[in-house]
Design a protein around this ligand. Structure first.
Ligand code: ADP
Length: 314
């Protein structure tokens, strides 16, 4: 039985309830919601009943415990989350603009998860896992990059697999050593999950078809391209599957890619047919956008089955 691991930031998200530019004025807020792309990903994996764990750090405060409690409730092994008595849990304030973009105010680097170093305990935890999921957002600090690359190496060396969701923000891309770290992760990746244009950050080719072929030729086994409300596609050397999205009311798109990815990885590791795996992931991404708060739209398998039954093959 597989056990899925991720490493990276855990924080809370506080969301403006009206649209506009940033926070240089008083705005109505909701939250704190448990968050951090790796935390959302692993929560969705746990909710599907799949064995999984996260390695991270939080402060010994309410923002840390709201995350630990939620992840525990949803079945995630939280033994790799270090609670720092002198630390503070990170936070992100997010406000959607009228144009659909988002403005963030982050406090991660100075928070407990600003550094994640491995210990004998977390190395032992890594050795119980058979699949590592890397999130580009988690490559924000040298210690976290080192921890992620160590986990990737160990899990691959033991015959496990790696998935990679670049999830890139331009401000992270220009951090020192970031591009090298991304290439190293890519060279170990079995399942690559970019969103739309991110594909072209990793390939020379200028068309999607050629970029996919180029990456498959480098040894990546499967590629899933996420397309927001346009659906998603799957590619391997023999198969291509394209699905349009399920029809839902979008309330908050944060977390869609993480829930989609978590569901794809979980069902892919079960050895299901890629078309079936993509259908579940597509349903998971769709359900994720229907609730305010990044992790609030994570689904159980029964909820995914209900959406798929109600709407058929999107
Ligand atoms: P990311 O957050 O990584 O950019 P996307 O926004 O592409 O990811 O969303 C991931 C997946 O979630 C999409 O491929 C799609 O399956 C689903 N999804 C996203 N937004 C919607 C939406 N508005 N309606 C239905 N499905 C959606």
């Amino acid at each position: 039985m597989s056990k899925i691991l991720t490493i990276g930031e855990i924080l809370v998200e506080i969301v403006a309830t009206n649209r506009g530019n940033g926070f240089r004025e008083a705005v109505p807020l909701i939250g704190p919601f448990p968050s951090g792309a790796p935390a959302i990903f692993i929560d969705q994996v746990g909710k599907l009943g799949q064995e999984c764990a996260i390695i991270s750090r939080v402060g010994d405060d309410d923002f840390g415990w709201v995350n630990i409690n939620r992840l525990t409730e949803d079945g995630v092994d939280v033994s790799g989350i270090e609670v720092l008595a002198m630390g503070t849990t990170g936070s992100a304030f997010v406000r959607y603009r009228e144009d659909g973009g988002r403005n963030f105010v982050f406090n991660i680097r100075n928070s407990a998860c600003g550094e994640i170093e491995l210990s004998d305990k977390t190395l032992a935890l890594i050795d119980t896992c058979t699949h590592m999921h890397v999130m580009g957002t988690a490559l924000y600090a040298p210690s976290v990059v080192t921890s992620i690359l160590t986990a990737v190496e160990r899990i691959k060396a033991a015959g496990g697999t790696v998935s990679f969701d670049p999830n890139l923000r331009p401000e992270i891309l220009d951090s020192p050593g970031m591009r090298e770290a991304l290439q190293t992760v890519l060279s170990k990746t079995d399942l690559f999950m970019p969103s739309g244009e991110e594909l072209f950050l990793f390939a020379e080719a200028k068309t999607e078809k050629e970029a996919v072929a180029e990456l498959l030729a480098k040894g990546i086994k499967a590629i899933v391209v996420k397309r927001g409300d346009k659906g998603a596609s799957y590619f391997d050397k023999d198969t291509q599957v394209d699905l349009s999205s399920y029809k839902v009311e979008e309330i908050d798109p944060t977390g869609a890619g993480d829930c989609f990815g978590a569901t794809f990885v979980t069902f892919w590791l079960k050895g299901m047919h890629p078309a079936e795996v993509l259908r579940y992931a597509n349903a998971s991404g769709a359900r994720a956008v229907t609730k305010a708060g990044p992790m609030e739209g994570a689904s159980t398998r029964a909820e995914l089955d209900a959406l798929i039954q109600a709407q058929g093959n999107a």
